[in-house]
Design a protein around this ligand. Structure first.
Ligand code: PMP
Ligand code: GLN
Length: 385
C-alpha cells in the first residue's frame, strides 16, 4: 500500500474544530452552539436579489476582482460608516469569504521565514494560512478575564523579521473590541516599524455599547492596512462565501494575484445580492446589533444560572466561559462530555492557542440562534447541575 503523507506545510492542521464539533452535534442530536452560523436567514431582499440574479442568467464567471457594482457598494459602505474613501477599481477585491481574503493576503504578502504577529487565541484559519505561506506565527495573548491587548507585549513581539500584524477586532473567540487606545498603539507601532496590518473586521456590525473603529481610520494606517470583511457575518448568509478585502492598491493587488489561482473568481449571482445588502438603510445594521445584544444577554444570563463564570463579550456573536466552576479543568474534556451530558455543543478555546495553559479552562458558545433555541440550550445545560 502506498503511504503518501501530506506536505509538511500541513503538519498539525488536521480537521478544523468547527467541522469536528458540528459533526458531533449532528451525530448526537445536540444543539449546536459551537460553529458560528445563524439559524435564521438574512434579509429577504438580499435573498431575492440572489434568486433574481440566477434567473437573469448571472451564472458565468464574473470578473476576478468582483463585479464592479459590488466593489462600488463596498466603497460606499466604508465611506458611509467610517468616512474611508476607496477607489472601487483598484482598492477592493471580492473574495470567497473572509477566509480566502486572509489566505490570499498571507500568500500574497508573506515570504517564507517572515514573522506574522497575531492575537492569541487565533481564529483557526490564521494559523493555517500563516503555515501555508511559510510564515512564522508570533502570538500576543489576550488573557482572561478581560482579554485586553497588552501593548507592551505587542511592541516586544516586533523584530527585524516582522512582516505583518494580523489583527482581529471584534475578536473571535473572546468578543474583545479593541479600544481607541489599543488601536492607536497598534497604529503607532505599525507606522514606526513600517509594518503591514491585515485587519479582520468580519464582526464590524456586531458590537454592544462600544464603537467599532476600523484600524484604517487611524493616522498613517490607510496606506498600510488591508481590511477584511464578509457578507456571511453581516447579512447572515455564511454559506454564500462572499467576502472582500480593501485597502491600498498594492496590497489589494497582492491578494488578487494569489486569489486568481486559489478560486479565480467568486460566486457570480451572490455578488449583486451582497451589493443590495451593503446598501440597506442604517436601521438594518443597528437592528442586527440590537437583536444580537438581546441574545447575548439571554445566553450570558442563562450560562450564569448554570454556574459558569461568563466573560461578557463587547462584540461578535460568541460568549466565553470558564468551566472550572463546574468541576472541569480542561475545556476540551468539557466540550467532549457536553453532548452526552447535556445535548449541547460548544468549542474549546484551547485549540486556538500556542500557550495552551492560557486557554485550557475556557470554552466558547455561539448566540446567533433563535431565542427559543437558546432557551432550550440553557434548559439542557441545567442537567449539568
Ligand atoms: N474571520 C473570523 C474572525 C471569523 O470568525 C470567520 C468565520 N466566519 C471568518 C474570518 C471567515 O469568514 P467567511 O465565512 O466569510 O470565510
Ligand atoms: N467563523 C465561524 C466560527 O468561528 C465558523 C467558520 C468555520 O466553520 N470555519 O465559528
Amino acid at each position: 500500500m502506498p503511504t503518501h503523507s501530506p506536505a509538511r506545510r500541513l503538519d498539525g492542521l488536521g480537521t478544523t474544530i468547527f467541522a469536528e464539533m458540528s459533526a458531533l452535534a449532528l451525530a448526537t442530536g445536540s444543539i449546536n452552539l459551537g460553529q458560528g452560523f445563524p439559524d435564521s436567514d438574512g434579509p429577504i431582499e438580499v435573498a431575492d436579489a440572489a434568486v433574481a440574479a440566477i434567473r437573469a442568467g448571472i451564472n458565468q464567471y464574473p470578473p476576478g476582482p468582483g463585479i464592479p457594482d459590488l466593489r462600488l457598494a463596498v466603497t460606499e459602505h466604508q465611506q458611509r460608516f467610517y468616512g474611508l474613501r476607496l477607489d472601487p477599481d483598484t482598492e477592493v477585491v471580492v473574495t470567497t469569504g473572509a477566509t480566502e481574503a486572509i489566505a490570499a493576503a498571507l500568500l500574497g504578502l508573506v515570504d517564507p521565514g517572515d514573522e506574522v504577529i497575531a492575537l492569541e487565541p487565533f481564529y483557526d484559519s490564521y494559523t493555517a494560512g500563516i503555515a501555508m505561506a511559510g510564515g512564522v506565527r508570533v502570538p500576543v495573548t489576550l488573557r482572561a478575564p478581560d482579554f485586553r491587548l497588552d501593548v507592551d507585549r505587542l511592541r516586544a513581539a516586533v523584530t527585524a523579521r516582522t512582516r505583518l500584524v494580523l489583527l482581529n477586532s471584534p475578536h473571535n473567540p473572546t468578543g474583545t473590541v479593541l479600544s481607541e487606545e489599543e488601536l492607536t498603539a497598534v497604529a503607532e507601532l505599525a507606522v514606526q516599524r513600517d509594518l503591514i496590518v491585515v485587519t479582520d473586521e468580519v464582526y464590524e456590525h456586531m458590537t454592544y455599547g462600544v464603537p467599532h473603529r476600523p484600524l484604517a481610520t487611524f493616522p498613517g494606517m490607510a496606506e498600510r492596512t488591508l481590511t477584511v470583511s464578509s457578507a456571511g457575518k453581516t447579512f447572515s448568509f455564511t454559506g454564500w462565501k462572499v467576502g472582500w478585502a480593501c485597502g491600498p492598491a498594492r496590497l489589494v493587488r497582492a491578494v488578487l494575484t494569489a486569489k486568481q489561482f486559489l478560486t479565480f473568481v467568486s460566486g457570480a449571482p451572490f455578488q449583486p445580492a451582497v451589493a443590495v445588502g451593503l446598501r440597506l438603510p442604517d436601521t438594518y445594521f443597528t437592528g442586527l446589533a440590537d437583536s444580537l445584544r438581546g441574545k447575548r444577554d439571554r445566553l450570558v444570563e442563562g450560562l450564569r444560572t448554570v454556574g459558569l463564570e461568563v466573560f461578557v463579550p463587547q462584540g461578535t456573536y460568541f460568549v466565553s466561559a470558564d468551566v472550572r466552576s463546574l468541576g472541569y479543568d480542561d475545556g476540551v474534556t468539557f466540550c467532549r462530555d457536553l453532548p452526552q451530558r447535556a445535548g449541547v455543543v460548544a468549542i474549546p478555546h484551547q485549540v486556538f492557542y500556542d500557550d495552551i495553559e492560557a486557554g485550557r479552562p475556557l470554552v466558547r458558545f455561539a448566540f446567533c440562534k433563535r431565542d427559543d433555541v437558546l432557551d432550550e440550550a440553557i434548559d439542557r445545560l441545567q442537567r449539568l447541575l
